[in-house]
Ligand binder design. Structure first.
Ligand code: GLN
Length: 495
């Protein structure tokens, strides 16, 4: 594999400007790496022609003294983002054949900045899942393995293709989306950095909706600095998304000063779960120690409603999903099931939806429809909304008491084997999100930083949760943790 695709965004930016290589050479290196990595199942639609056209344009801009740090940077794009003329299926059979007439705001901004699209990335169907196994394309595979054991592991989900592609150096970075942990959990499982911004920082326009009050797009990168650079290009007000905040986008990279003296880091006691592996306990304690050594104050805090977060999330997210997914009915987008003589519009809806949606998506639609139904609305959906407000209040109180960021594990385990959860109760899979869903429910920024390896040699991540709109301060603390942890392991290339 060429060394070029291993570069970080920051390194590539500097070397492109110095004329060490061209964006076209960098793009070709990534395209070659992608072609050699079909076994990872990460890229589901490759777009080499678009990539090379964009690379030529980026080279011209760089020669003319391009200013944008994303100019000439090759990226992978999660299949949830609508990209004009390019299949955008949310990894669902029901969107087969759908090629949007329009481009999402996030990808529009990235292309305007001069970034390059290598192709679309695998994911769980409609972003529902934690293992990338609900995808209509088949699962993506984690480039990491347990020692010499060749069991195929999940890259996590739902942004599993994004995580696998970045960890395997097929691209410099990728877009992800996070409704309950789908950027942070796969980042932790693959040893990369994943940032979910504050709700409203990044436009949701043109991103296939899962749960609109929770969904947020963010960068999946090799370093914290790269997350800062890429977020700067993704973020910003968009009149086409009424929940996208009209506030300035600061220079996130400039916020990374390396100085966190006097910052207060909260350690929430409720995140100490029964049965948590000792390795994760230790990683968490070590992380707190590293931040203390860097000059931060460590404070024990309480977020008392944490234990209601998963049940709250698994009422609200399916409720919103059942409403958002009502639009896939065989009329406007993608698939229409074959109809029999005499079938009417109801049969068309039923057959299309039965054929087009996979089992996990059907389960969520049924749960969502149930909790929103007249007889159960107050008992489930309305109650969940109230608990959500209490979960958010816990965080507000911690921040009001002077906490700058909160440190937790990112996931309750390292990457598990593909198929290992196949026969398990679906709730087993939902437990993966125990440390991440609170952050979406409260609309806060959260970042997963690779911090160590488990006994089998698999990456483990720590999560930092920040104050709303203060991604810069969060990234600065995350960078301190990253540099103290000094995580530099890479997966051995077996694909
Ligand atoms: N794993 C969670 C779910 O299945 C979160 C998914 C996500 O963040 N998109 O809902």
């Amino acid at each position: 594999m060429s060394e070029l695709s291993r570069l970080t965004i920051a390194e590539a930016r500097d070397r492109l400007r110095a004329g060490d290589f061209t964006a076209t050479e960098l793009t070709r290196a990534c395209l070659d790496a992608i072609d050699g990595a079909d076994a990872l199942g990460s890229f589901v639609h490759k777009t080499p022609e678009i990539a090379l056209d964009q690379a030529a344009a980026a080279d011209a801009r760089i020669q003319g003294g391009a200013e944008n740090p994303m100019c000439g940077i090759p990226l992978g794009i999660k299949d949830l983002f609508c990209t004009q003329g390019v299949p955008s299926q949310a990894a669902s059979h029901i969107l087969e054949g759908f090629r949007p007439e329009y481009e999402s705001t996030v990808t529009t901004r990235l292309w305007q900045a001069g970034a390059i699209m290598l192709g679309k990335l695998n994911m769980d169907e409609f972003a529902m899942g934690s293992s990338n196994e609900t995808s209509c394309y088949g699962n993506a595979v984690n480039p990491w393995r347990r020692g010499n054991d060749d069991t195929a592991l999940t890259p996590g989900g739902s942004s599993g293709g994004s995580a696998a592609a970045v960890a395997a150096d097929l691209c410099l970075a990728a877009t992800g989306t996070d409704t309950g942990g789908s950027i942070r959990q796969p980042a932790a499982f693959t040893g990369i950095t994943g940032l979910k911004p504050t709700y409203g920082r990044v436009s949701r326009w043109g991103i296939v909706a899962f749960a609109s009050s929770l969904d947020q797009a963010g960068p999946m990168t090799k370093t914290v600095r790269d997350a800062a650079i890429m977020l700067g290009a993704m973020a910003g007000h968009d009149p086409r998304d009424s929940t996208c905040a009209d506030i300035p986008v600061p220079d996130f990279e400039a916020a990374i000063t390396g100085d966190i003296r006097g910052r207060t880091i909260g350690i929430p006691r409720e995140y100490r779960m029964d049965g948590m592996p000792a390795e994760i306990e230790k990683l968490w304690a070590d992380g707190a120690e590293m931040l203390r050594d860097a000059g931060a104050k460590i404070a024990d805090i309480s977020l008392p409603h944490t234990r209601y977060a998963l049940p709250t999330y698994y009422v609200i997210a399916p409720a919103e999903a059942s409403s958002n997914l009502a639009r896939y009915d065989g009329v406007r987008f993608g698939l229409r099931a074959g109809l029999a003589q005499g079938d009417g519009i109801t049969e068309m809806y039923e057959k299309t939806r039965a054929e087009g949606f996979g089992p996990e998506v059907q389960r969520r639609i049924m749960i969502g429809t149930y909790v929103l139904s007249a007889g159960f609305y107050d008992a489930y959906y309305n109650r969940a909304r109230k608990v959500r407000a209490l979960i958010k209040r816990d965080f507000d109180e911690a921040f009001a008491a002077g906490v700058d960021a909160i440190l937790t594990p990112a996931t309750p385990s390292a990457a598990f084997g593909l198929g290992e959860m196949a026969d398990a109760d679906p709730v087993q899979m939902y437990l993966n999100d125990v440390f991440t869903v609170t952050v979406n429910l409260a609309g806060l920024p959260g970042i997963s930083v690779p911090a160590g390896l488990d006994a089998q040699g698999l990456p483990l991540g720590l999560q930092l949760i920040g104050r709303p709109w203060e991604e810069g301060a969060l990234l600065n603390i995350a960078q301190s943790l990253e540099s103290a942890a000094g995580f530099d392991a890479r997966p051995g290339v077996w694909w």
